[in-house]
Ligand binder design. Structure first.
Ligand code: C2E
Ligand code: CA
Ligand code: CA
Ligand code: CA
Length: 278
């Protein structure tokens, strides 16, 4: 793998060829997946930590392929990013997420916000804000019911373009959250110059709050810092009741995780809504 460029192609070890064959196969399957309707959104509730009541919902992408089965996003999003396929796929996610959120209003009798993950390549596409605005107008979802989750790593590129797109989305009334907070080794200064509403504490910190005093201290510090900057905080990866007590005590606004519900297919999530809306 030391050689780079076209001429080194012949030097690849057999196992490398196998890997690239697999990639090519996956890529060609991914190219057809949109037409064949193989993508699906799952939905996971985000609740008020204090009451456990529903606040909003995160849309999480799944790929149901006849030969590969259900493929999780960590296995295909990187390739979708590299190939640019994330742009049409991400557009589908936005359209589908906004439409589905609107349909919940009939069940709950109120607005339910939806959070959508945005990957760097998608965010930097010049058509991105238009795609977002179109998803809103096509579905009739109010802008303040849509939250875009942007990973901390993307924000750290610190470019003028990033700042400008964030400001455009903010002016349109769309909510913005920093996803995977704490994983980017960041200078925290971006938090005061960008129009974020919410900070999502990465599950790697939340997972061990009951076991590792350092993680508990970190989570406490993140919550306090976020609040002093006027941001609200979501803890992700909440799996046990003990964690909910800790997060309540520390004043964490919202929680998300298997303790409340796993991400569910649309129909199962509807049933969850019917029994859990308070
Ligand atoms: P993420 O945005 O950090 O999403 C949270 C991940 O944690 C999800 O994995 C979710 O299923 C999982 N999770 C939720 N609660 C718990 C819990 O209590 N414990 C544990 N261990 N895990 C929990 P998932 O669905 O496999 O998604 C993985 C990543 O793929 C997401 O991480 C996100 O970065 C990306 N992704 C998902 N959907 C989309 C999408 O539509 N577009 C883009 N660009 N990326 C997406
Ligand atoms: Ca997310
Ligand atoms: Ca805002
Ligand atoms: Ca995360």
């Amino acid at each position: 793998a030391k050689h780079k460029g076209k001429s080194s192609y012949a030097h690849f070890a057999p196992e490398m060829t196998e890997v690239s064959h697999e990639r090519l196969q996956m890529e060609s399957r991914m190219r057809r997946a949109l037409e064949l309707n193989e993508f699906e959104l799952n939905f996971q509730p985000i609740v008020h930590t204090d009451s456990g009541n529903l606040c909003s919902v995160e849309a999480l992408l799944r790929w149901n392929n006849p030969t590969m089965g259900t493929v999780m996003p960590d296995r295909f999003i990187p390739l979708a990013e590299e190939t640019g396929l994330i742009i049409p796929i991400g557009e589908w996610v936005l359209e589908e997420a906004c439409k589905t959120a609107v349909s919940w209003k009939e069940i709950t009798g109120r607005d339910v916000g939806i959070s959508v993950n945005v990957s760097p390549r998608q965010f930097r596409d010049p058509g991105f804000t238009d795609i977002v605005m179109r998803a809103l107008s096509n579905s009739g979802l109010a802008a303040n019911q849509l939250e875009l989750e942007i990973t901390e790593r993307l924000i750290l590129d610190n470019s003028i373009e990033t700042a400008e797109i964030l400001r455009q989305l903010d002016r349109a009334g769309i909510r913005l959250s920093v996803d995977d907070f704490g994983t980017g080794y960041s200078a925290l200064s971006y938090l005061k110059s960008y129009p974020f509403d919410t900070l999502k504490i990465d599950k790697s910190f939340v997972q061990d709050v009951m076991k590792e005093p350092e993680d508990a201290s970190l989570v406490r510090a993140i919550i306090n810092m976020a609040h002093s900057l006027g941001l609200r905080v979501i803890a992700e990866g909440v799996e046990e009741e003990a964690q909910t007590h800790f997060l309540k005590q520390e004043g964490c606004d919202f929680s998300q995780g298997y303790f409340y519900s796993r991400p569910l297919p649309a129909r199962d999530f509807e049933s969850w809504l019917k029994t859990n809306q308070r």
